[in-house]
Design a protein around this ligand. Structure first.
Ligand code: 3AT
Ligand code: MN
Ligand code: MN
Length: 529
């Protein structure tokens, strides 16, 4: 660690420079990443900078306006400051075209969160080029999402215990967290974690290029999602950062290759740490498996480096761990072949085969009849899919319950109450499935039913030798528990929100889970083999 001449909780594995071959494959890797279209245009990069400049000015104006309203003098109001800090993929420098800029607004103590959701929200609505503003003040981490000049922006808010915000304020000082409300502490956390990660990697450019590769791989392999029990952006960033610490002088291609070898061999639940866990000034929990049984239950702990340190991967389950282990193994084989010149980098980024892999799936359909209800209801259901998967892990004869990382939203235009109810039960009539919005244009009594479907792939245990007859798969208990759990939501309304869990054979999977032509192509190749 600090003072030992290396970054991290152990000395590096190797401080060697990369070989000529590793430099060569780094070149082909970067070419492949460009071909995959993950870099934004220069025009977009400029537009982002302009938007951030305008946002920074708006925040200063906001703090000034609120300061004057609170009775501060003109001079004090001007000195009150107010700053923005970016975090997320933009701050890491690994964002793609069209992704959001995660931004934290930092204000002095006399500017409240209520001011943020009233005054600043109004100022945003009046700002030129703003096409959308929506505030969620009562979220666990309150947030305004907006879009400025076509750039999506997430805005968090931290009210510091300071009379003014100096231009050179460093968010890494733990004492800043004293006397803040929990929401401000949580809002600061994203920025503080990213700053620490960047501080703890030996070479930021190498880290960035390697992380871009790993992010793309994880997205293509459908293992990029914190809510569903896989890893989110921050966790992937920490894994890559740890490998960078272990090979401080390696080029990006070498980091990617070591990444798969190390992750494939990692002795989970041994945690991944970027620095020793530190204590700090707050009465808050810091990750500690020796003290807290919940922390001991984390299967693939990856611990954030900023105080208060937390586990970024507490959603990982037995099933998702197994899926990720298999993907590490696959990645390991491919990078080995790439190094030997026996495979191309493109093989690493091949699309997942989730919807071809299992014979049986569960489909969870959340539905309602207006868009606003649906967005909240589907979010609630999605956040509980993990609970269903965990209960499925105990079902007899079931080897694996594998959740997919995203839901599919489909609107059905029903022409009768019967049709609408059938859709909500998951029994979608063929003509309703094929009916498009333009087919019902001008018709009266059209009932749109908004649906969001989540899929879980099911893999049965092999039949025991000598056993006969069909094997039973009884999922009634997990399903009943799941229904109970989603209906416990405090805004649940039985008359407008529907939920159904059903088995579905692979041949009956809806077309919308496939890309055009994908289903036919796979069917053809399966027949041939
Ligand atoms: P993208 O490039 O945007 O896809 P990212 O890593 O920037 O990747 P997000 O924008 O989703 O990912 O999240 C950035 C950080 O914001 C991660 C987490 O600290 C925080 N965050 C994400 N979702 C939420 C949320 N719903 N509420 C509060 N904080 C969030
Ligand atoms: Mn982001
Ligand atoms: Mn975001």
């Amino acid at each position: 660690g600090a003072g030992n001449g290396y970054l991290g909780v152990t000395p590096p594995i190797s401080t060697n420079e990369s070989s000529a071959r590793e430099k060569e494959v780094t070149g082909t890797l970067m070419e492949e990443l460009r071909r995959q279209g993950i870099f934004e245009s220069e025009e977009e990069a400029k537009r982002r900078e302009i938007v951030l400049g305008r946002l920074a000015a708006l925040v200063k104006k906001f703090v000034r306006r609120v300061s004057l309203a609170r009775g501060l003098s003109e001079a004090a109001a001007n000195a009150a400051g107010g700053k923005i800090y970016t975090f997320g993929s933009y701050r890491l420098g690994v964002h793609g075209p069209g992704t959001d800029i995660d931004t934290l607004v930092v204000a002095p103590r006399h500017v409240t969160r209520e001011d943020f959701f009233t005054t600043l929200e109004e100022m945003l609505r009046e700002m030129e080029g703003v096409t959308q503003v929506s505030g969620v003040p009562d979220a666990y981490v309150p947030i305004i999402t907006t879009e400025i000049s076509g750039i999506p922006i997430d805005l968090l808010f931290a009210q510091l215990a300071l009379p003014s915000i100096p231009e050179d304020l460093d968010l890494q000082d733990d004492n800043l967290l004293r006397n803040l409300d929990d929401k401000s502490v949580r809002s600061l956390n994203g920025s503080r974690v990213i700053n620490e990660i960047l501080r703890l990697v030996p070479n930021v450019d190498v880290f960035r290029d390697a992380l871009r590769c790993i992010k793309l791989w994880a997205q293509r392999r459908a293992i990029y999602s914190n809510v569903n029990g896989f890893l989110g952006g921050v966790a992937w960033a920490m894994l890559v950062a740890r490998v960078c610490q272990l090979y401080p002088n390696a080029v990006a291609g070498a980091i990617v290759s070591r990444f798969f070898v190390i992750m494939h061999q990692w002795a989970w639940p041994q945690p991944v740490l970027l620095k020793p866990i530190e204590d700090g000034p707050l009465q808050v929990r810091v990750w500690n498996p020796k003290v807290y049984p919940q922390d001991r239950a984390h299967r693939m702990p990856i611990i954030t480096p900023a105080y208060p340190s937390m586990c970024a991967t507490h959603n990982v389950m037995r099933s998702t761990e197994q899926v990720m282990r298999e993907e590490f193994q696959r990645g390991c084989n491919i990078v080995d072949q790439v190094m030997k010149g026996e495979a191309e980098w493109s093989a690493l980024f091949e699309k997942h085969d989730f919807f071809h892999r299992y014979r049986l799936y569960l489909q969870i359909i959340a539905s309602s009849r207006d868009q606003e209800t649906q967005s909240k209801w589907s979010g609630t259901v999605e956040s509980k899919v993990r609970q269903l998967v965990m209960r499925l892990e105990f079902v007899d004869n079931l080897k694996l319950a594998h959740p997919f990382i995203k839901g599919f939203d489909v609107t059905y235009y029903c022409l009768s109450e019967e049709e609408a109810q059938a859709v909500s039960r998951g029994e979608i009539p063929k003509d309703v499935a094929q009916r498009k919005q333009e087919d019902v244009a001008g018709k009266e009594g059209v009932i749109p039913v908004y649906t969001s479907s989540y899929f879980i792939g099911l893999s049965m245990k092999p039949r025991e030798a000598g056993s006969t007859g069909t094997r039973q798969l009884d999922i009634s208990y997990p399903t009943t528990e799941f229904y109970k759990m989603v209906k416990m939501w405090d805004k649940y309304d039985a008359s407008s929100m529907h939920i159904v869990v059903q088995h579905i054979r692979h041949t009956l999977l809806p077309d919308y889970v496939f890309e055009p032509g994908e289903r036919e192509a796979v069917a053809r190749s399966k027949k041939r083999s």
